[in-house]
Write a protein that binds this ligand. Structure first.
Ligand code: PHE
Length: 341
């Protein structure tokens, strides 16, 4: 029996110190110390020993058990240590590797121009509104007093979404005049910006999709002087206090009288250059006094209320503000261009 115990001790200690994984170590523990383990089996034979032999053998068996338990614990600690080292090695951070550069985004120049514009109008007491790009012909044309045969209703000019010409991609932000009054009533002061769509070929100054800002003021006693005063103030805020403007008569179905507003060329100061095509002036927006029929179409009494409206192209505004020569740059999203702002 002494021999058996000695064999177990030697074999077990050797196996334990060689084991490399936790499951293998546990298997060894069961193999030697478990209920059906080798050491337990030897202990079961103790009953067959003489009373003189028993204490010494008992003592030895306990020593072997203690030695194995200690060896298992030691190996377990070794394995933990190894696992930790491997993990640390795997997760090492090389602090000498150069960091990844965070690229900071920035606002697109046209949206920067729009935000500035909105801010100016907000400070003047206007509200900012949003409206649908898919619009009813009723709102884009009819309620805006556009006659049935108006050229802008043509399928060659406007993107229709239905065969019966009742639904379209809005060709202007002016339908927001109608929607604003219908929703909020009068008096009202609002601006509304967004995309509009026309069947235009792409060139330096045209795109089938572009942006407009619409403005509308309806109240008692609003006059053309309010229109001129407000627009002059806004434009001078954007282009500088010395900016010269001029108002030319024009025609829109939904305003009467109608006008267009030009600013003196920001490039040549009015002398005439390629930017203003030699004119000295650059057309900026369409405007006018809200047509009495439009007010009536919205259930507002034109005898009691009057108002003005205007609409301007946002791309053109941004081109001027940032001295950009070609509108296509606004849409191409070329980083070399956008990073300049
Ligand atoms: N909707 C007109 C256009 O697209 C601009 C405009 C708006 C004119 C409001 C007068 C009043 O050309």
């Amino acid at each position: 029996m002494k021999q058996q115990l000695e064999t177990i001790r030697r074999g077990a200690l050797e196996a334990i110190s060689a084991v490399q994984g936790r499951t293998d170590l546990e298997a060894l523990r069961v193999k030697y110390l478990g209920k059906k383990g080798e050491l337990t089996a030897v202990l079961k034979q103790m009953g067959g020993l003489s009373p003189e032999e028993r204490p010494a053998m008992g003592q030895m068996a306990n020593d072997v058990r203690a030695a194995l338990e200690e060896a298992i614990q030691r190996q377990s600690a070794v394995l933990s240590q190894k696992a930790m080292e491997a993990k640390l090695k795997l997760e090492t951070v090389d602090v000498t590797i150069p960091g990844k550069r965070e690229e900071r985004g920035r606002k697109h120049p046209m949206y920067a121009a729009l935000d500035e514009m909105k801010e100016i109008f907000l400070n003047m007491g206007f509200e900012v509104m949003d409206g649908p790009e898919v619009e009813q012909a009723e709102y884009n044309f009819t309620k805006l007093n556009a006659p049935e045969n108006h050229p802008s209703r043509d399928w060659t000019d406007t993107f229709y979404l239905k065969e019966d010409s009742s639904v379209l991609l809005r060709s202007q932000t002016s339908p927001m005049q109608i929607r604003a009054i219908e929703t909020y009533g009068v008096p009202i002061r609002m601006v509304s910006a967004g995309r509009v769509y026309r069947k235009d070929e792409v060139d330096a100054t045209h795109s089938p999709m572009f942006h407009q800002i619409e403005g509308l003021v309806v109240d008692k006693g609003v006059t053309m002087a309010d229109l001129k005063g407000t627009l002059n103030a806004v434009i001078r805020e954007i282009y500088g206090p010395d900016t010269q403007t001029r108002f030319r008569p024009h025609h829109f179905p939904f305003t009467e009288p109608s006008c267009e507003m030009d600013i003196q060329c920001y490039k040549c100061g009015g002398k005439g250059c390629p930017t203003c095509k030699g004119e000295g002036w650059i057309e900026l927006l369409g405007a006018g006094m809200v047509h009495p029929k439009v007010l009536k179409n919205c259930g507002v009494d034109p005898e009691e209320y009057s108002g003005y409206a205007f609409g301007l192209g946002l791309e053109r505004l941004a081109l001027g503000q940032y001295k950009i020569s070609d509108m296509r740059l606004i849409f191409e999203n070329d980083m070399r261009f956008l990073e300049q702002f």
